[in-house]
Design a protein. Sequence first.
Lengths: 113, 114
Amino acid sequence: DQQVKQNSPSLSVQEGRISILNCDYTNSMFDYFLWYKKYPAEGPTFLISISSIKDKNEDGRFTVFLNKSAKHLSLHIVPSQPGDSAVYFCAASASTNAGKSTFGDGTTLTVKP
Amino acid sequence: EPEVTQTPSHQVTQMGQEVILRCVPISNHLYFYWYRQILGQKVEFLVSFYNNEISEKSEIFDDQFSVERPDGSNFTLKIRSTKLEDSAMYFCASRGTGGPYEQYFGPGTRLTVT
């Protein structure tokens, strides 16, 4: 039972356009949601997070939206840049479970110049 | 800015040999993790470690694997008898105790088993 799912293994967008990466979860106990970015041959790096009490969190070009009723979150990158090309992992954490995180399988984003 | 470090960056070993991968987590973190990524595949969780014991492990983490925190700074992953299929990037991660519980990953060790 995969509790965090990223249904699109890959996404390709043109430079300057918006990238939208999606993530679905099943466990209502999750109260934090995170996005990580990973370049080839490097470790993942934490990008942005959102608490379950919010529906939006913005950091520069990156915005995460949370729809609790649909158990869905998305990461918007605007404008997309070629340097954003990477694998993006969605993760969810539960304070009631000592902050244990569950990761999705990742979406490979390619931003074309 | 504090970071997670891993040594060596690349380890080549022969099948059947033992290897120890080393990690220095961020100093005030209390939760530690190992993940691996086989070339071309997804990042897979191996084990989590807290309060000097394993708190969770995946099916991959069988009897040939062990973890240890031998002192106050290092966190190690030992593979007792390496197999060809253990060839992968191994990532260490650590985190603190507060939300959002983000993990900080090291740069990885590339293990090549020949």
